[in-house]
Write a protein that binds this ligand. Structure first.
Ligand SMILES: Nc1nc2c(ncn2[C@@H]2O[C@H](COP(=O)(O)OP(=O)(O)O)[C@@H](O)[C@H]2O)c(=O)[nH]1
Ligand SMILES: [Mg+2]
Length: 460
């Protein structure tokens, strides 16, 4: 893009922001939490699902003031575009499948048109517009943000504390042994690469272990455009090794700094530093499936990530010069894996999981809400008769394409103790998407509440 085009685009965005007609929505969540499905659903609901019966809680639609949404032409052809059409195609296949997992970042911008309900705008304009910007990225990269608050030595200490947890210890033994035998004076390319490969294998093993969420650095798992870059030669030495000023430790420290400066900081500046509103998606049900350690690590990962964002009320000045997130929605995703009467407990569980960050004072200045949602509902709910009683159940198709009707179990409203997990196994099954034809509204749970919370006040 030429400098002229760049300035034009920036000034357009600036004037839209000045007029308060532009929103950057941050979709935040660990890998597998449902970001891609959420964005796909959000775009589909806003472009094709605007029927009052389908989005009853979204006021602008319910009041028949919504005139439609449109995906904008990408201004910069070099910027990866969020593949919404391809994702919808996956859902239309027979049998339908979920969109593939995300390997790089992409973005999409939408223009939403509506009739203002009140105020000067309602009197002067027959239609108003709101621009919405959304970015998708691999969740693995999100866990890099906490690295900005640590130096290399601290990262090594952090990593080895984590690897010594009972559920991670066994897998780390070989890598620990490998490190103990290293010649710390050898900071050569070959030595670095060899140890990085060993660490990458460990990281991949953790990544494939359900409930091991905190895997850093994210680019070793999903390198994106950085495959082969020297700063990706990075691994945590044992804390006592990192403290020595050896050739290897110095080299790793350099790579760590360069990774923070050249990868994480620009990623943060580009995609997270200027968010207006944020949805944080958390897959609590699969963490319950994977037990106590998984719940603990999920909580730790969320707390670390949320420290990276700035929250506060939005005023014209802060919107323009010191953007802060003014509204945050905590959403327990994939709530369609549980029966509807369990959703209340699910949102209480999420609230408890986030107890610490919610208590932080910088957080309280934003408007927050917690709810259980399903961006793309994959089950139908109903009742079966059991012992003369109507028992709630859901019906869906397992990933092995078996039709099932069942009660998935109760969702605990608080984080269960380790002892409880020893005696009780949760089993919230993953499901295939429901068959869906193009231009039909995409089935969901509470996406209308999400839209109302995120956009409702901007479309009054
Ligand atoms: N039942 C159900 N499953 C979902 C939903 N959203 C995501 N999933 C499942 O979770 C997986 C990961 O979702 P995805 O959006 O790719 O997560 P991301 O890594 O955060 O982008 C999908 O492949 C689906 O199996 C939902 O609303 N309902
Ligand atoms: Mg994704």
């Amino acid at each position: 893009m030429s400098l002229y085009q760049k300035i034009r685009q920036q000034s357009r965005e600036f004037s839209q922001r000045t007029l308060d007609r532009h929103l950057r929505l941050g979709v935040t969540g660990l890998s597998g939490s449902g970001k891609t499905a959420f964005i796909t659903s959000l775009v589909q609901q806003l472009t094709h699902g605007d029927l009052p019966a389908h989005l009853p809680f979204f006021a602008v639609v319910r009041e028949k003031r919504y005139l439609g949404g449109q995906v904008n032409q990408q201004q910069r052809l070099s910027v990866p575009r969020f593949p919404v059409e391809q994702n919808l195609q996956h859902l239309q296949q027979q049998p339908p499948v979920w969109p593939p997992s995300t390997r790089g970042w992409s973005q999409l911008s939408l223009t939403l048109r509506y009739k203002a309900a009140t105020g000067l705008r309602a009197r002067l304009q027959s239609r108003s517009e709101l621009a919405l910007n959304i970015v998708d990225y691999p969740g693995e990269w999100l866990l890099d943000l906490p690295l900005l608050n640590m130096d290399y030595q601290q990262w090594c200490e952090f990593s080895w504390r984590l690897f010594r947890q009972p559920h991670r210890q066994a897998a780390a033994n070989d890598f620990e042994q490998h490190l103990r035998l290293l010649n710390l004076q050898d900071g050569s390319e070959l030595a670095l690469q060899h140890s990085t490969e060993q660490y990458k294998a460990l990281l991949q093993q953790y990544h494939d272990t359900p409930g091991a969420y905190l895997n850093q650095p994210g680019r070793l798992l999903v390198p994106g455009e950085l495959a082969g870059a020297p700063m990706l030669q990075l691994f945590p030495l044992l804390p006592e090794q990192a403290g020595e000023h050896s050739a290897l430790a110095k080299k790793l420290e350099q790579h760590y700094k360069s990774y923070c400066k050249n990868v994480i900081e620009p990623f943060y500046q580009q995609h997270f530093a200027r968010l207006d509103r944020q949805i944080i998606l958390v897959d609590c049900l699969s963490a319950l499936n994977h037990g106590y350690a998984a719940m603990q690590e999920l909580q730790q990962a969320l707390q670390l990530i949320l420290k990276s964002f700035h929250y506060g009320p939005s005023s014209l000045l802060t919107r323009l010069f010191k953007p802060q997130i003014s509204k945050v929605l905590f959403a327990a995703s994939k709530s369609d894996h549980a029966t509807p009467e369990q959703h209340k407990a699910l949102s209480l569980l999420l609230q408890q999981l986030l107890h610490q960050p919610l208590k932080l004072s910088h957080y309280q200045s934003a408007i927050t809400e917690v709810m259980a949602i399903a961006a793309i509902r994959a089950s139908t709910s109903g009742y079966v008769q059991a012992d003369g009683l109507a028992q709630p159940c859901i019906r869906g198709e397992t990933l092995g394409q078996k039709s099932v009707t069942y009660f998935p179990g109760e969702v605990p409203a608080t984080i269960p103790s380790a002892e409880f997990f020893n005696q009780h196994k949760f089993e919230f099954l993953a499901l295939q998407p429901i068959s869906w034809a193009e231009h039909e509204p995409l089935p969901h749970v509470r996406m209308d509440h999400v839209l109302q919370f995120m956009l409702g006040d901007k479309m009054e």
